[in-house]
Design a protein around this ligand. Structure first.
Ligand SMILES: Nc1ncnc2c1ncn2[C@@H]1O[C@H](COP(=O)(O)OP(=O)(O)OP(=O)(O)O)[C@@H](O)[C@H]1O
Ligand SMILES: [Mg+2]
Length: 322
């Protein structure tokens, strides 16, 4: 049984097609990241799963029940984007209020509220009014609110928005702990470096369509692109390299740095041997790593990952309908 499953999920708001047939699956204990530019449909998808918004067509299931099922809601925690908690509450009184809504008993609330606020690092200020909190503190409170009733699935819409780097690291550690305890986390984020560190799988939404899905390792799989440089004053034998079947191009105007691609089944070794046999001296050879950001940019700009960012932009301008 998948914790979350959507099939050909569609949502239209009047003439806007927010989701155009999205199918994805999240298994128990995963940290799943949903990525996409502003307006891609990320929040819409979360809201459908939670039953806040109705789907237009297709299927959405959460914890083996149709999205919006009220019995399931008690097993779900949610940090909405742009949440606004009433400033006259303190963290404690707000949590107490939510705890009652979630059906957490008085005794459990008394014990769990300080513990949960401790977990997110704001227990020291739990009796101060929310209006006196910094942005990051409010965000931590939002996360605490989503965890209070020990939900099986936690939806976090931009969990580290406004949180400083130390706090973000703490929140990542918290997510890892929750995962270890068997909770499933579904998060929306624009911070790709963070997503790459924490998520098991990610999906990229582009204008309502799911354009990539997989584990971080699958999405950032090495494309086999090397950066290579010879000793100063030595010319790179471009023609011989091409004759061996390597796509090569100079990375700078003085042609001291070269990018070498591998074609199917090829390794870099024959090229290195050829250079050595020609008496050339290799000074620099690194395999380029593709980051999640590279993958994301290539998807939204419409080019292959691993190619130069400026070149990709040029391609996108020429080849897109935006
Ligand atoms: N209540 C609504 N009424 C009309 N259109 C809406 C509504 N909610 C969302 N939309 C539209 O649906 C599309 C997807 O919006 P959504 O909020 O899901 O995007 P998002 O991926 O969460 O973006 P962001 O990164 O900015 O939070 C957008 O075009 C948005 O304008
Ligand atoms: Mg959103």
């Amino acid at each position: 049984m998948s914790v979350i499953e959507t099939r050909e999920l569609r949502k239209t708001y009047g003439r806007i097609q927010a989701l155009k047939g999205v199918s994805l699956r999240v298994e128990k204990g995963q940290i799943y990241g949903l990525l996409g530019q502003n307006g891609a449909g990320k929040t819409t998808l979360i809201k459908i799963l939670l039953g806040i918004t109705q789907l237009t067509d297709g299927d959405a299931r959460l914890l083996d029940a149709p999205a919006g099922n009220t019995a399931v809601r008690a097993r779900v925690g949610y940090l909405p984007e742009d949440h606004q908690f009433p400033g006259y509450h303190s963290a404690y009184s707000l949590m107490d209020f939510y705890g009652q809504l979630y059906g957490v008993s008085r005794g459990d609330r008394r014990q769990k509220i300080p513990a949960t606020l401790e977990l997110v690092g704001i227990a020291g200020r739990m009796h101060s009014k929310i209006k006196t909190y910094s942005k990051g503190m409010k965000q931590r409170l939002g996360i605490a609110q989503a965890l209070l009733h020990d939900p099986d699935v936690i939806f976090l819409d931009e969990p580290t928005d406004g949180v400083d780097p130390v706090g973000r690291k703490e929140i990542r550690a918290l997510m890892a702990t929750l995962k270890d305890r068997g909770h499933t986390i579904f998060l929306n984020s624009h911070l790709l470096g963070e997503v790459e560190l924490i998520c098991d799988r990610v999906a990229i939404l582009q204008r309502g369509e799911l354009v990539r899905e997989g584990t971080i390792a699958e999405l950032t799989a090495q494309k086999g692109v090397f950066e290579l440089g010879l000793a100063p004053s030595q010319a790179f034998p471009e023609h011989e390299a091409k004759a061996l079947g390597y796509p090569v191009r100079a990375l700078n105007p003085t042609a001291t740095l070269w990018e070498v691609g591998l074609t199917d089944g090829q390794t870099i070794d024959p090229l290195v041997r050829m250079l050595v046999e020609k008496g050339l001296s290799l000074r620099h050879l690194v395999e380029k790593k593709v980051t999640l950001e590279d993958v994301f940019m290539s998807v939204v700009e419409g080019a292959e990952p691993g190619t130069d960012r400026r070149e990709r932009k040029a391609t996108a301008v020429g080849g897109s309908d935006r």
